[in-house]
Design a protein around this ligand. Structure first.
Ligand code: 5GP
Length: 197
């Protein structure tokens, strides 16, 4: 297990077969030392991609994204979840269905913070069915910038998101990959592989 998987085993709570709660270090209280380690790991994995900007979505993507931006020395832009669906000047918008909140949000980024010359690394806290990632990809593509890859803190590999993004040919790097949350237990892809060896 890597540093993040160990932390998930120690402090994560399995709420159901599909939902993991990590409020004590990522989604409510934030552990800055862990976020720093996460930022360094994303920066290491994407070091050769010529990243010029990081894009994430409020609120739980911001902490890992900022730590990655700090290490890579590039700015971080976070998409806002807007209450209103009215278009405003200078905004790029996309619709995202939220897995945890069971509602559709309009997300938006100001055009001026993405340039056609940007190579963008998208960062988010969780990858479930891929809706948040797809919405962020849409915003980047609309701006004319390029998506260089996606960094995910916790991927639930048993849901559709990882497959959908792989089918689109996008490089996804997930620091923890959960194979299953069945029976109140977290099991990781790596553990399953180790069992097979
Ligand atoms: P997706 O759009 O991939 O279906 O879901 C990703 C978003 O839903 C993430 O930004 C995250 O906020 C939230 N999410 C999905 N699954 C979980 C989960 O198991 N636990 C928590 N805390 N958030 C989740």
């Amino acid at each position: 297990m890597n540093f993040l998987e160990e932390r998930i085993k120690k402090d994560g709570n399995v709420l159901s077969d599909h939902v993991l709660k990590v409020d004590s270090f990522l989604n409510h209280q934030i552990d800055p030392a862990l976020m720093s380690q996460i930022g360094k790991e994303f920066a290491r994995r994407f070091a050769n991609e010529g990243i010029t900007k990081i894009v994430t979505i409020e609120s739980s993507g911001i902490a890992p994204a900022v730590m990655t931006g700090l290490t890579m020395n590039v700015p971080v832009v976070f998409a806002r979840k807007r209450k209103s669906v009215t278009l405003s000047d200078g905004l790029l918008t996309a619709s995202v269905y939220s897995f945890t909140k069971k509602e559709t949000n309009e997300i938006a980024i100001a055009k001026k913070y993405l340039a056609e010359t940007d190579r963008v690394l998208i960062i988010d806290d969780f990858l479930a069915n891929g809706q948040a990632a797809l919405g962020l990809i849409d915003l980047v593509v609309m701006s004319g910038a390029e998506v260089a890859g996606i960094g995910i803190v916790i991927e639930k590999s048993f849901q559709e998101g990882a497959k959908i993004l792989a089918e689109r040919g996008i490089r996804v790097e997930s620091l923890a990959r959960i194979a299953s949350l069945a029976n109140g237990e977290v099991s990781f892809i790596n553990e399953k592989l180790e069992e097979l060896v």
